[in-house]
Design a protein around this ligand. Structure first.
Ligand code: KG4
Ligand code: ZN
Length: 332
């Protein structure tokens, strides 16, 4: 089966072709216009998707040496995400589906992030635990089979990616925050400042990152009066360390509580190299999967892959489906 995937949930315009479970092309265009505003401007993002979609989809077909008439299905992100940007992808996908009389399937972006791990490791088998860490979500899931997912814990306030982005803004390190904090932290001391680790001692598998952000704000309030033995790189490294400590400790607890041998990490924050190293070090006897960097951050390969899986299972969407900006993953 040949499936085109389209992803426009935020500021990446992406298209990909999946053929029988294998990705044969994946094109991602990251919108750079938002950098000067320090965050994604929804209206600009939507206009940019409108402008780019046709070219990106054509490129994905060309790279796969295919044309529109070869498609057996179209998969598109339905949510969660920005309503305007989601709408651009959905309208484009519906137009194609109608014009080509090809089935369409609406895909949950979060579920697709998790399923990117099957692309990273085709040997991956259920059951496994997933630490899902994106810009808007921080969740721990127990996945027993397709559509059999249990939410074990989630953030009570900010997501880990949001903590990176807000921290970078406070430190004036630029957008997007995750990569810029990671880069600055490479030259800093992670033990320079002991930032709070929210809920780390609690038995629950929930997370909290808002106290960490507030603590950074207070620290920076009188930074200009402090002696500069502690550099911005030290602060970035200490801040990153606090986030990574919490994420890895909660994952370890979930793996231990559920006596599971396999865990996967999904979402943009999974691209963080220090997080990867720490989790591998904490779980030496477990199977730990991190997708390659392009499959961690937003991409259409994960949409095409999950879409194909669902179409093969006999599912499809009616043409009148709408955007679901707050779409959640169903708990089993
Ligand atoms: O999954 P994603 O690309 O988009 C959403 O679905 O939200 O995640 C974006 C988030 C942003 O908050 C970004 O700062 C973070 O992932 N991120 C990182 C890294 N690369 C992206 N966080 C930490 N380290 C990174 N290398
Ligand atoms: Zn995402």
């Amino acid at each position: 089966m040949i499936v085109l995937g389209i992803e426009t949930s935020c500021d990446e315009t992406a298209a990909s072709i999946c053929v029988d479970g294998k990705i044969v092309s994946s094109i991602i265009s990251s919108q750079e216009i938002h950098a000067e505003f320090g965050g994604v401007v929804p209206e600009l993002a939507s206009r940019e998707h409108e402008y780019l979609l046709n070219t990106i989809v054509n490129k994905s077909l060309k790279k796969a040496s295919l044309n529109y008439h070869n498609l057996d299905g179209i998969a598109v992100t339905q949510g969660p995400g920005l309503s305007g940007t989601l709408l651009t992808g959905i309208c484009f996908a519906k137009g194609l589906s109608q014009g080509l009389s090809t089935p369409i399937i609406a895909v949950n972006h979060l579920e697709a992030h998790i399923f990117a791990n099957f692309l990273a490791d085709p040997e991956l088998e259920f059951p496994f635990i997933c630490l899902l860490v994106s810009g808007g979500h921080t969740q721990l899931w127990y996945l027993e089979d397709i559509d059999e997912y249990t939410l074990l814990g989630e953030t009570l306030d900010d997501a880990a990616g949001e903590a990176f982005d807000k921290g970078a803004r406070i430190l004036k390190l630029g957008y997007p925050g995750g990569p810029s904090i990671e880069k600055s932290a490479e030259n800093g001391d992670p033990n320079a400042i002991k930032f709070p680790r929210g809920l780390i001692k609690s038995d629950s598998l929930d997370f909290s990152f808002s106290g960490l952000k507030t603590s950074l704000l207070y620290y920076m309030d009188d930074y200009s009066n402090k002696k500069k033995e502690v550099t911005i790189n030290d602060i970035a490294a200490s801040y990153q360390e606090a986030i990574i400590d919490v994420l890895s400790n909660k994952l370890l607890r979930a793996i231990t509580d559920y006596n599971i041998n396999t865990c996967v990490i999904a979402g943009g924050v999974a691209a963080n190299k220090k997080l990867r190293t720490k989790i591998h070090a904490l779980l030496p006897y477990k199977k730990v999967i991190f997708p390659e960097l392009d499959l961690c951050t937003d991409n259409a390969a994960m949409i095409a892959y999950l879409g194909e899986l669902k179409l093969k299972n006999g599912e499809h969407s009616e043409i009148d489906f709408g955007v679901l900006p707050n779409l959640k993953m169903k708990t089993f």
